[in-house]
Design a protein around this ligand. Structure first.
Ligand code: NAD
Length: 391
């Protein structure tokens, strides 16, 4: 296939070698070329996810020797992890940068992007609406992370998950507790149920009960008082007293579980700390915890980012890139999210998003444009941090 001569779009691989996902696959590149982009990918970008240089070339991509060499001439950049300082300094004003930008935890980086005149589109800010579902990368990655968390835990557990009747006796099914039943948690439940485990799950959102039960799991009843849903279906943060009640009620369930998968998160905040040291110490040696919320701080007091540790015989896994364990599929859905995002937000006549658009999705994801930060929450965070620095 011949290369396109349109504005240049560069795919940037993740910063961390443990993350094997890519923002552009050969299949998505074909669609990006159809949208008018000249797609550039660094050599070997997709090898760890199962995509070869030849696959990219056949899809019409230009292979470039390095990101550093190609970044200044890029009109659009797609990234998996937030851009490094080095990358930001090399971006030309007006370049579109789309990806996971971690705006709430690192608002300073968003200011850098605004100051550099970058047009940034944040995947974290895709609205949770039916129309935006095809761009919802938080969901596409969470779903695969939930699946991967169970497969990983099953592999680390020295027990089988399903009940088995053998001539030598009956093996009882493993007990799995899933804490947080959003997209990742529900996929973890579905996977664990399919593998034959006995699954109990808990979420603060009252609507979660029905979804959990429809997957064949038991919903743990824990009364922590009022826990209504926030905007977009997200959970509201519990008070310190409510969290304490929750921990006390969950302690017994933890002690009975062979595997715990934690996925509880609060949009724009640190993940709630739910499984404390004493709860881990109450578990049976050999049990496994996968803290799937570690990328936003973790739900388990003892989890270490990027490590598998053992505490009194209980394995605690803190992999922040769970979806990358199925990197080919995770990349395919992420790349498809990018194709839909660019199709929806970029005006084909200008190959730029319209900053004055009334469209809910464009207004949601467009984080910086023309030197300004468009999201009020990030501006407020920056103001409060600069006030904090002055006092
Ligand atoms: P999330 O990743 O923000 O959080 C994961 C889960 O943790 C949530 O279910 C949340 O209620 C739960 N949680 C928070 N604090 C908790 C605590 N202390 N204890 C137990 N659980 C706790 O959530 P998500 O996966 O992004 O999904 C949030 C909601 O949005 C869900 O209802 C999901 O079905 C919905 N959703 C809708 C769409 C759409 O309509 N297009 C897309 C994606 C998700």
């Amino acid at each position: 296939m011949s290369e396109s001569t349109g504005p240049r779009l560069l795919a940037v691989p993740p910063d961390d070698k443990l993350d094997r996902r890519v923002p552009v696959t050969p299949e998505s590149a074909v669609k990006l070329v159809e949208q008018g982009w000249a797609v550039c990918v660094p050599e070997h970008i997709g090898e760890a996810a199962g995509f070869s240089n030849d696959d990219y070339e056949a899809a019409g991509c230009e292979l470039v020797a390095s990101v550093d060499g190609a970044i200044a001439s890029a009109n659009a950049v797609l990234c998996v992890s937030p851009p490094s300082d080095n990358l930001i300094t090399k971006l030309s004003p007006g370049t579109i940068l789309a990806g996971f930008l971690n705006p709430f935890a690192e608002p300073g980086r968003i200011k850098q992007l605004a100051d550099a005149g970058v047009v940034s589109l944040s995947l974290e800010l895709v609205p949770r609406t039916t129309l935006a579902q095809s761009m919802d990368a938080l969901s596409s990655q969470a779903s695969l992370a939930g699946y991967a968390a169970v497969i990983l835990a099953a592999e680390r557990l020295a027990k089988a998950l399903p009940m088995m009747s053998t001539p030598a006796g009956t093996i009882r099914p493993a007990k799995i507790l899933v804490v947080g039943t959003g997209v990742a948690g529900l996929q973890a439940i579905a996977t664990a149920v399919r593998l034959g485990a006995r699954v109990t799950a808990y979420d603060v959102r009252p609507t979660a009960k029905e979804q959990v039960e429809s997957l064949g799991a038991k919903f743990a009843k824990i009364d922590v008082g009022e826990t209504e849903e926030a905007k977009g279906g997200y959970a509201n943060e519990l008070t310190a007293e409510q969290l304490d009640m929750q921990r006390k009620a969950l302690a017994k369930l933890c002690s009975e579980s062979d595997i715990i998968i934690t996925t509880a998160q609060i949009f724009g905040r640190r993940a709630p700390l739910i499984v404390m040291r004493d709860m881990v110490e109450g578990m049976t040696p050999g049990a496994v915890i996968v803290d799937a919320a570690i990328a936003t701080g973790g739900n388990v007091e003892l989890t270490k980012v990027g490590q598998e540790i053992e505490h009194q015989g209980v394995k605690i896994i803190g992999d922040p890139f769970l979806a990358s364990r199925v990197a080919r599929d995770a990349s395919a859905v992420l790349a498809s999210n990018f194709v839909s995002l660019l199709k929806h937000t970029v005006n084909p006549a200008t190959m730029q998003p319209d900053p004055d658009s009334d469209d809910e999705i464009v207004r949601g994801v467009l984080l910086t444009y023309g030197g300004e930060i468009h999201d009020e929450r990030i501006r407020t965070l920056l103001e409060s941090s600069s006030e904090g620095n002055q006092s």
